[in-house]
Design a protein around this ligand. Structure first.
Ligand code: COA
Ligand code: ZN
Length: 313
């Protein structure tokens, strides 16, 4: 395999994960999780979103969370925003980066933000301007890049068109999101092979959901194509409230475990991350999909059974 020395992980559990939790997570718990992720060395965190509190009531405390987290120099704290209002609020809250998402498919975009893709791209121009004026980088995500739960296949020409529209309004960092885990590794390879040379100089991120157990394979396919930025969610939390069948993101500690086992650095302390995952399970009150939390790391060893020990040659 062709592997890079290092990749950059953006933790999205406190946003993509917490946003679908039905019970309000106390603001203090959100802050504690963000601080623990910081302490574990996670280099980028999508902390929250500055969206309509009617759309996502869980994240109505975005400003307070941003104000009270403990920031480590070198960690990039971002928030998702849907419009000018969100972008201004995020900048006022001191985010280091603004994240946006437009869908590749019309029905998901309407379900998510109540606008057609064209209408929404026009809004995103305003967000790009707010980011540029404030000197805050904007990362432009594209939901349903690899398939839509309502419309099915997303043609490559359509994805290319959305990427083109985003770069035309100034996007330099683009996230391809597999919102409901429809992508497969070959499809990820083919899409990146097509898009990367056509849009040179873009920082590509892959945002995966493990709905069909293809998230890590998809990430490995993207790594082989030269992508080095990945979103992941502690414990495998997450889902999109506006996409039926969506489940959690790729689990951060499982991904970090896989990368470290292959000698790919992330800058993250895996043991600390596993401890954060346990804490998040306590907060949401249920077991999460992550595997390493249950199995332990691959260097875990068990005592040799008595009968076996006696017969070892
Ligand atoms: N922050 C806080 N409040 C906001 C806001 C923002 N960024 N954007 C809009 N609002 C408020 C408006 O002020 C208005 O409030 P009011 O009813 O008290 O006057 C209300 O939300 C509705 O605003 P409107 O402009 O009519 O938007 P809408 O109802 O068509 O909703 C969005 C559009 C984009 C604001 C809303 O759908 C949204 O926030 N979606 C986010 C979805 C999301 O995060 N999905 C997860 C990503 S996968
Ligand atoms: Zn997502």
């Amino acid at each position: 395999m062709k592997l890079p020395a290092r990749v950059t992980i953006c933790e999205v559990g406190t946003r993509d994960g917490f946003q679908i939790e039905p019970e309000f997570i106390p603001t203090g718990a959100k802050i504690a999780v963000t601080d623990l992720l910081t302490a574990a060395g996670v280099p980028r965190i999508e902390v929250t979103s500055f969206v309509s509190p009617k759309a996502i009531p869980q994240l109505r405390d975005a400003a307070e969370v941003m104000a009270r987290i403990t920031r480590r120099p070198g960690t990039r704290y971002a928030a998702l925003v849907p419009n000018d209002k969100g972008a201004s609020n995020a900048v006022a809250a001191g985010v280091d980066a603004i994240h946006t998402v437009v869908s590749a498919s019309e029905s998901h975009n309407l379900a998510n933000v109540n606008m057609t893709v064209k209408e929404f791209l026009a809004k995103l121009r305003g967000v790009m301007e707010i980011g540029a004026r404030a000197g805050v980088p904007v990362q432009s995500g594209i939901s349903t890049s690899f398939g839509c739960p309502f419309e099915g296949d997303v043609p490559m020409a359509r994805l290319e068109w959305v990427v083109g529209e985003l770069t035309a309004i100034g996007a330099r960092a683009i996230g391809l999101a597999d919102t409901t885990g429809m992508a497969n590794p070959r499809q990820v390879s083919v899409a990146l092979e097509y898009l990367m040379p056509r849009f040179p100089g873009i920082e590509w991120t892959l945002h995966t959901h493990d709905t069909r157990a293809m998230a890590i394979p998809n990430i490995l396919a993207a790594i082989e194509m030269g992508v080095s930025h990945f979103d992941a969610s502690i414990g495998g939390l997450g889902g999109c409230p506006f996409a039926p069948g969506a489940s959690g993101n790729v689990c951060t500690e499982d991904l970090v475990h896989c990368l470290h086992a292959m000698g790919v650095e992330t800058g993250i302390d895996l043991d600390a991350l596993i401890a954060v995952s346990r804490r998040v399970q306590d907060i949401v009150g249920r077991a999460l999909p992550g595997q390493v939390v249950k199995a332990g790391k691959s260097d875990r060893r068990y005592p040799v059974p008595d009968g076996v020990a006696a017969r070892l040659p």
